[in-house]
Ligand binder design. Structure first.
Ligand SMILES: CC/C=C\C/C=C\C[C@@H](O)/C=C/C=C/C=C\[C@@H](O)CCCC(=O)O
Ligand SMILES: [Zn+2]
Length: 594
C-alpha cells in the first residue's frame, strides 16, 4: 500500500493512470485556467470518493467524461499540504474499475509552483515569462492531482498561449488560433510522478546540440548555452553504457532566467537548468550529467515518498560521478566526492548534528519537504553506495547490480526496504556481519594542491606583509580546485582584511565570472566581516535566485558585522525577483517568517 505523509489523497483506494491538461496562460492575470481530466482506477473495493491534493487552486466544477456534474468539497487548508479536494463519485468503484473525472479550475496568484516574470525580469526585457517548479509538493498548486511520487501516470497537455510553451514531454503539434495565441500540444508517454510535470512559456528559441537534444532559451543566451552544453550527448551515451538504453526519446535542455531556484531540475525530456552554469568554459556542466543520471534514478525508478528521497538523489549522484569518472578520469570523480563530502558536513552543521533532518530517511510526517531539503540525501546516499561498491566486490560486481536495480524497478516507486531487499537478493552471499560506520577515503590527487595553498595562506596570517604569493598560485587550478581552496580557507579562522585584499589583487576573485568560485569568495569574505565585499554580495544575491547561492549569501551576510539589516533589506527589495519557493525559504532564513 503506498504511504505518503505529505499527500492528503486517498492513495490506498485510487491511482491516477493519465492526466490531460487543457490550459490557457493569462500573463495579465498571472493565472492558468482550464481543466484537468484524470483517468483513475480503483485499487480497492467500494471506493466512493476521489481525494485530490490542491493548493491555492480555484475549483470551478467537477464532472464525469459525459458532462454529469459531480458534487465536491474543498476541505479547510492544511498549513503545509494544502486543501484536499473531495470528489463524490457517481457510483462506487471496485478494484480495477476505471473512470474519468474532469476538474475545471484556475490557478491563483498564490500558486507556489509558478513564477510569473515581468518583461523587465527577463534577459530580452520585451516579453513576460512563466516557469514552474513542482518538486517536492508544488504540483498541487498547478493542477489538482494525487501529488505523491508513489503515483505514476502518463500525461498530455494542450497549452494555449501568446508565446512558445515547452513541457516535460514530447511536443505533438501546435495550432495557431485567431486571437494571436497558439495551442501547443504535448505528450508524456512514460509514467511519471506529478512532481515531474513542468511548463515554461516565454520568448524561447531552440538550437540542436545533439542527435536527440535541443537547447531552449531566450535568443540572447542561445549561442552561449549551445556552446556550454555540447557534451550532452556524451553524457547520455555514458549513462546508457552504464545502465540501460535512454528511454525518454528527447533529452532537451531549457536554460531559465536567473531566478530559477535550483541548479537543475530533471524534468523528463526537458531538463531545466540555471543560467549560473554558463561559466563560458564548460566547467560547471556536471549538473547536466547529474540531471541525465536522473533519467534512470528518480525518473524511471522513483522514491515512494519524500522520506526516501535518497533513492533518487544518492543514486543519481553516484551515477553522475561514474559518468564523470568514465569521461574525465577517476581522480575527477573522486575530487567531486571530496567536494560533496564538504557539502554534507556543511549541511549537517547547519541543521545541528543530531537534527532529525540529518537522517538518511527522515520522518516527514507534518513537515514541509522544502524545510528538510539539504545535501544529506545526496551525499549520505552517495557515500552509502560508494561504501557498498567497495566492500561488495568493486565496480565489476556493483555496476551489473545497478543495471539490475533499474531493470527491476523501472516504472515503479520504491522505498528503502524494497531497495535493501533487492540488493540482498542480488548479492546475498557477499554480506557478512554488520560493520561499524566508516568514513570513506577518496583519492585526493586533485585536493592536495588546494590544501597546500590553504595552509600557506593560513600560516601567513600573522605576517604584516605576507610574501611568497603570486597570481600563478592558482593558474593551473581547475575552477573546482579554486572552489575547494576557498572552501578550505573558509573553514579556518578568518584572515586579516589586508590578506583578503592581497588575495583578491592576485587571484582576481571579485571579478570572476564562475558563479561557484564567486559564491565561495563572497562567503570567505563575509565570514571575515570584510565589508568591502558587501555591495558585491548584495548585487550577486539579488540577481541569482538559485537557492544554493542566494540562501547562504543572505544568511551569512545576515550574521556578518553590520550585515543583518542589509540582508533583510536586500531580500525585501528584491522579493519579486525570487521564485515563490526561494522567497519562502529566504524569509525563514532571515527570521522574517516561521
Ligand atoms: C530527505 C529530504 C526530504 C525532502 C526532500 C524532498 C524534496 C526536496 C524539495 O524541496 C525539492 C528539491 C528540488 C531539487 C532540485 C534540484 C537539486 O538537485 C538542485 C541541488 C542544488 C543546486 O545545485 O542548486
Ligand atoms: Zn538531483
Amino acid at each position: 500500500m503506498p504511504y505518503d505523509p505529505t499527500s492528503q489523497s486517498n492513495l490506498d483506494e485510487v491511482k491516477t493512470n493519465h492526466i490531460h491538461l487543457d490550459l490557457t496562460v493569462d500573463f495579465d492575470a498571472k493565472t492558468l485556467a482550464g481543466s484537468a481530466e484524470l483517468e483513475v482506477e480503483a485499487i480497492a473495493d467500494q471506493v466512493t470518493k476521489l481525494i485530490l491534493d490542491t493548493s491555492y487552486i480555484v475549483v470551478r466544477s467537477v464532472s464525469t467524461a459525459v458532462g454529469e456534474a459531480l458534487s465536491f468539497n474543498v476541505e479547510q487548508r492544511h498549513e503545509k499540504y494544502g486543501s484536499a479536494l473531495v470528489i463524490h463519485l457517481p457510483t462506487a468503484l471496485f478494484m480495477g474499475e476505471k473512470t474519468k473525472i474532469i476538474v475545471a479550475y484556475a490557478t491563483t496568484q498564490d500558486c507556489t509552483a509558478c513564477q510569473w516574470l515581468e518583461p523587465s525580469q527577463t534577459v530580452g526585457k520585451k516579453h513576460p515569462y512563466l516557469f514552474t517548479q513542482c518538486q517536492a509538493i508544488h504540483a498541487r498548486s498547478l493542477l489538482p492531482c494525487q501529488d505523491s511520487p508513489s503515483v505514476k501516470l502518463t500525461y498530455s497537455a494542450n497549452i494555449t498561449t501568446p508565446l512558445r510553451a515547452v513541457m516535460s514531454a514530447v511536443p505533438s503539434g501546435e495550432t495557431k488560433n485567431q486571437n494571436e495565441t497558439t495551442t501547443f500540444k504535448f505528450e508524456q508517454r512514460q509514467r511519471i510522478p506529478s512532481y515531474l510535470i513542468a511548463l515554461a512559456v516565454g520568448n524561447l528559441e531552440g538550437r540542436e546540440i545533439g542527435p536527440r537534444s535541443t537547447v531552449w532559451t531566450e535568443p540572447e543566451v542561445l549561442e552561449s548555452a549551445a556552446w556550454e552544453f555540447v557534451d550532452t550527448e556524451d553524457f547520455i551515451r555514458t549513462g546508457e553504457a552504464l545502465l540501460t538504453p535512454y528511454d525518454w526519446g528527447r533529452y532537451d535542455l531549457l536554460v531559465l532566467p536567473a531566478s530559477f531556484p535550483y541548479g537543475g531540475m530533471e524534468n523528463p525530456c526537458l531538463t531545466f537548468v540555471t543560467p549560473s552554469l554558463l561559466a563560458g568554459d564548460r566547467s560547471l556542466v556536471d549538473v547536466v550529467a547529474h540531471e541525465i543520471a536522473h533519467s534512470w534514478m528518480g525518473n524511471l525508478v522513483t522514491t515512494e515518498n519524500w522520506e526516501h528521497f535518497w533513492l533518487n538523489e544518492g543514486f543519481t549522484v553516484f551515477i553522475e560521478r561514474k559518468i564523470i569518472g568514465r569521461m574525465r578520469g577517476k581522480e575527477h570523480s573522486e575530487f567531486s566526492a571530496i567536494l560533496g563530502h564538504n557539502a554534507l558536513q556543511e549541511s549537517v552543521s547547519l541543521f545541528g548534528k543530531e537534527h532529525r533532518f540529518t537522517a538518511l530517511c527522515p520522518c516527514l510526517r507534518g513537515e514541509d519537504p522544502d524545510d528538510a531539503f539539504s545535501k544529506v540525501p545526496y551525499e549520505k546516499g552517495f557515500n552509502l553506495l560508494y561504501y557498498l561498491e567497495k566492500h561488495l566486490g568493486g565496480p565489476n560486481v556493483f555496476e551489473p547490480y545497478l543495471r539490475a536495480h533499474v531493470q527491476q524497478f523501472a516504472g515503479r516507486s520504491i522505498n528503502t526496504k524494497e531497495w535493501k531487499a533487492f540488493l540482498y537478493s542480488f548479492m546475498e552471499e557477499k554480506f557478512g556481519k554488520e560493520k561499524p560506520p566508516v568514513d570513506n577515503k577518496f583519492d585526493d590527487t586533485l585536493a592536495k594542491a588546494c590544501n597546500h595553498l590553504c595552509k600557506k595562506w593560513s600560516d601567513s596570517r600573522h605576517e604584516q606583509h605576507p610574501s611568497g604569493f603570486a597570481s600563478t598560485d592558482i593558474e593551473e587550478f581547475s575552477s573546482t580546485q579554486t572552489v575547494v581552496f576557498l572552501e578550505k580557507m573558509a573553514e579556518q579562522e578568518p584572515l586579516p582584511h589586508g590578506h583578503l585584499d592581497l588575495m583578491d589583487q592576485l587571484y582576481r576573485l571579485t571579478t570572476v565570472r564562475n558563479s561557484e568560485i564567486r559564491l565561495r569568495w563572497h562567503l570567505l569574505c563575509l565570514k571575515a566581516d570584510y565589508e568591502k565585499i558587501y555591495p558585491e554580495v548584495v548585487a550577486f544575491a539579488s540577481s541569482m535566485g538559485r537557492m544554493k547561492m542566494a540562501r547562504p549569501l543572505l544568511r551569512t551576510l545576515y550574521k556578518a558585522k553590520n550585515g543583518a539589516e542589509l540582508a533583510r533589506q536586500t531580500f525585501l527589495t528584491h522579493k519579486s525577483f525570487y521564485h515563490p519557493i526561494a522567497a519562502a525559504m529566504i524569509a525563514k532564513d532571515l527570521g522574517l517568517a516561521k
